[in-house]
Design a protein around this ligand. Sequence first.
Ligand code: NCD
Length: 316
Amino acid sequence: MRHLLSTRDLSRDAAIELLDVAEDMADTQLREVKKLPTLRGKTVVNLFFEDSTRTRISFEAAAKRLSADVINFSAKGSSVSKGESLKDTAQTLQAMGADAVVIRHPASGAPQTLATSGWIDAGILNAGDGTHEHPTQALLDAYTIRKRVHGSASRGKDLDGLRVTLVGDVLHSRVARSNVWLLTTLGATVSLVSPPTLVPVNTTGWPVAIGYDLDEAIEGKPDVIMMLRIQAERMRDAFFPNSREYSKRWGLDDGRLGKLQATTIVMHPGPMNRGLEISAAAADSPQSTVREQVTNGVSVRMAALYLLLSGDREDA
Ligand code: NCD
């Protein structure tokens, strides 16, 4: 693998390989000494043009546990705020010898630009670009589902036959997009439930069923229900009357939590708006994988960095 830009172009085999390597990484994280020498001498740059807590520290932890040197670069306080272009920034990182660049950017397509521009030779990992994709989030979600369903026998397995419902602000969600492609590739059946105003304008070619009624979706007994954050920072218009109205119709509140099958997995990528798209009881219930998702994120990102930096690249 040269770059990790999206899940849309990820084959089933490549996805399963990554999840299996992530399991090996997770095993190493149970040891007392968590650090592996694998990426010693490699430099990983975290290039964040948008706020992030868990994704940035997750990539940082992943790179450090593989013994890479990590440089954290956030747009605030850098020359980017003085108007330096992505090209100049990339050329600076190239001059410093970056082996991998983890980029989060408000513009959809920025990681692709970096990967194809010729400005930099590093492997590019998309850590979220605008409303486009967030591949490592979808991979950690798939990993979490696979682990809950198959337990210790999950290596080599896909998500065949599982029914996953994504709920909420699909319009602005790169997490939703990456999950739609990846979970479908892995054999799951994906459906979307959201207010009509938060369904993307063009979903032609999306392998999903779209509905508007969360209670109806819950009656259908999904195996997984993934709540999406209301991305208020990306909203310039009013997409729903008010937050009370939203949570009444599309929130996973305590009443709906009680109607889920006991085996249904409740997911959220974080950060959560507790009381809006998900109640505190739902977020903290034994059915919730919110904290597992964060833990698994480190293993999945270790796998992604490993596959990008130690395989083909060294041979070449
Ligand atoms: C997601 C993101 O930034 O796209 N968060 C994350 O990476 N954990 C989801 C979100 O912000 O709602």
